[in-house]
Design a protein around this ligand. Structure first.
Ligand code: NAG
Ligand code: NAG
Ligand code: NAG
Ligand code: NAG
Ligand code: NAG
Ligand code: NAG
Ligand code: NAG
Length: 444
């Protein structure tokens, strides 16, 4: 039988579309730095103790306080020294996803320690407590694939408080179509930072995190991607942007070809539960590994110093790009801080420095899971994160911080949180089937 030209054309189109629905899709990731000064947020008649809880309390306290006050999103362990002058930077990592048929686009915070999908409803402008006019809104009447569910739901995420109903629709992530995804359609959408460029969160947690303020207990988009077998390989790779000008990349179902020949350090995932409710939020997401030590080495400024090596037998390291810093128990934090640089005091904890100081700071080596082959070295060019401050210009932020509310001795819980300051310096692969995380040096 002879193929006619139009038939061949149809055949070619068919194979192209077949190709595009399988295997591997890539999404660009944009970084936006939000800058907060404590003073900007103190209302004249404020109750200081509620404020402190909003800033440094447990996730529950912060979530409660955040419904009443706007607040900067900062890690819970920051100490409020000279707080009027303190400036906080929060990095937002976003990409675009869309919902419905035809697709309605939204800006999503890409977050490896989050699960639940939500979206501002087109009805949310009717609620006077909502700040959704500057966000994209989902109008279910415009979607042919929408199915009403109407179970009431509420959740808090990254300075947002939302309340609404469950809805069901097709979710599109690049060329992947996730059928029958249930999500919260928020008719009340209260944003502490209405200008933050974020309408929703795209969660990549392996397990739904515990102790989050959310009643949306359904399969997440990534869990449905696995269940609906949309990828050839159930893994995703992440290259976080290092500045607001650089674009990062999330690859679902594979590895960026530029890294296919890179040498990876493969770390088996662990599943250690945290009995500290303040930490369970991160520990329960499923992206954790065994860590056995940390050391700081060189350079010899202003004179040679012996390396600082800390034995972390029995510790667990948790990864989260929702958190910008590298957070350690206080007994470790104080030693790192004292070793970093002779001209930095503890007051510089989480401070931002002139970027020229990078050459005077030590390398950070992390030893994972015991084996000598499992060490990862980050230079200060990798672990300090660069921001562009409106007043001070280009600055480099020291990422080391210590957990609040814990003993200043070795009795504190054995957890280390490796946030985006750690992850941005590396290319990482999160493998859901093989239950590993792999890291490679960045090639670009
Ligand atoms: C401030 O808030 C705290 C904790 O919620 C409360 O105990 C205290 O009474 C409040 N103080 C004032 C002056 O309202
Ligand atoms: C959790 O944080 C609160 C304050 O935010 C603190 O009082 C409490 O001790 C912490 N929990 C544990 C188990 O350390
Ligand atoms: C949703 O779309 C429909 C159809 O275009 C329109 O009539 C309706 O006003 C929209 N709803 C809102 C709240 O914007
Ligand atoms: C939004 O408003 C429309 C029209 O008033 C209504 O039919 C729909 O159920 C509302 N959706 C939600 C999620 O409240
Ligand atoms: C709404 O979604 C929930 C969670 O998946 C499900 O248990 C419930 O049956 C759904 N209700 C309707 C009316 O579809
Ligand atoms: C820091 O690490 C880099 C990259 O691995 C290496 O080239 C450099 O020699 C190290 N510096 C010191 C002082 O160890
Ligand atoms: C996952 O494990 C299997 C079996 O050990 C191996 O063949 C495969 O290459 C691994 N996949 C990745 C992406 O490392």
């Amino acid at each position: 039988m002879m193929w006619s030209l139009p038939q061949l054309f149809v055949l070619a189109l068919f194979s192209i579309s077949r190709l595009s629905i399988t295997a591997k899709v890539a999404l660009p990731i944009k970084r936006t730095t939000e800058r907060w000064s404590f003073a900007d947020f103190i209302p004249t008649n404020s109750n200081e103790s509620i404020w402190e809880n909003a800033l440094i309390g447990s996730p529950r306290e912060r979530s409660y306080a955040s419904r009443q006050f706007p607040r900067p999103m900062i890690p819970p362990q920051k100490r409020l020294r000279a707080k009027e002058q303190m400036i906080f930077y929060q990095l937002l990592f976003t990409s675009e996803i869309s919902i419905g048929s035809p697709p309605q686009p939204f800006i999503a915070y890409v977050d490896i320690s989050w699960a639940d999908l939500f979206v501002p409803s087109s009805n949310c402008t009717l609620n006077p407590k909502s700040h959704c006019s500057q966000h994209r809104r989902y109008n279910s009447t415009l979607s042919e694939t929408y199915k009403a569910n109407m179970t009431s739901a509420e959740l808090s995420f990254q300075g947002l408080y939302t309340k609404g109903y469950l809805s069901q629709d097709t979710v599109h992530i690049a060329s992947l179509n996730i059928e029958s995804q249930i999500f919260e359609e928020a008719t009340r959408f209260q944003a502490q930072y209405p200008n933050a460029p974020m309408d929703t969160g795209f969660g990549l947690a392996r397990f739904r995190p515990q102790y989050v303020d959310s009643t949306v207990d359904v399969k997440s988009p990534i869990q449905n991607i696995v269940k609906q077998e949309l990828l050839d390989t159930n893994l995703f790779s992440l290259k976080l942007p290092r500045t607001d000008a650089e674009l990062g990349q999330l690859t679902l179902g594979g590895i960026d070809s530029r890294y296919s020949s890179a040498s990876f350090v493969d770390l088996p995932l662990t599943n250690v539960a945290s009995d500290d409710i303040n930490f369970s939020r991160y520990a329960s997401c499923g992206w954790q590994v065994e860590i056995s030590g940390v050391s700081l080495q060189g350079p010899s400024f202003p004179e040679p110093r012996a390396a600082l090596t800390l034995d972390l037998e029995g510790y667990t390291a948790v990864f989260s790009n929702e958190f910008d810093f590298i957070s350690v128990p206080p007994w470790i934090g104080i030693q790192i801080q004292q070793h970093l640089h002779p001209h930095l005091g503890l007051d510089d904890e989480l401070g931002d420095l002139p970027c020229s100081m990078r050459d005077e700071l030590p390398n950070l080596t992390l030893y994972f899971g015991g084996g000598a082959e499992n060490e990862i070295v980050l230079t200060p060019w990798q672990y300090l994160f660069e921001v562009n401050d409106i007043r001070k210009g280009r600055r480099c932020v020291l990422p080391f911080s210590a957990w609040m509310h814990h003993e200043w001795d070795e009795k504190s819980p054995k957890w280390i949180l490796l946030g985006s300051a750690f992850m941005s310096g590396l290319y990482s692969v999160f493998d859901l089937d093989n239950e590993t995380i792999s890291f490679a040096a960045r090639v670009d």
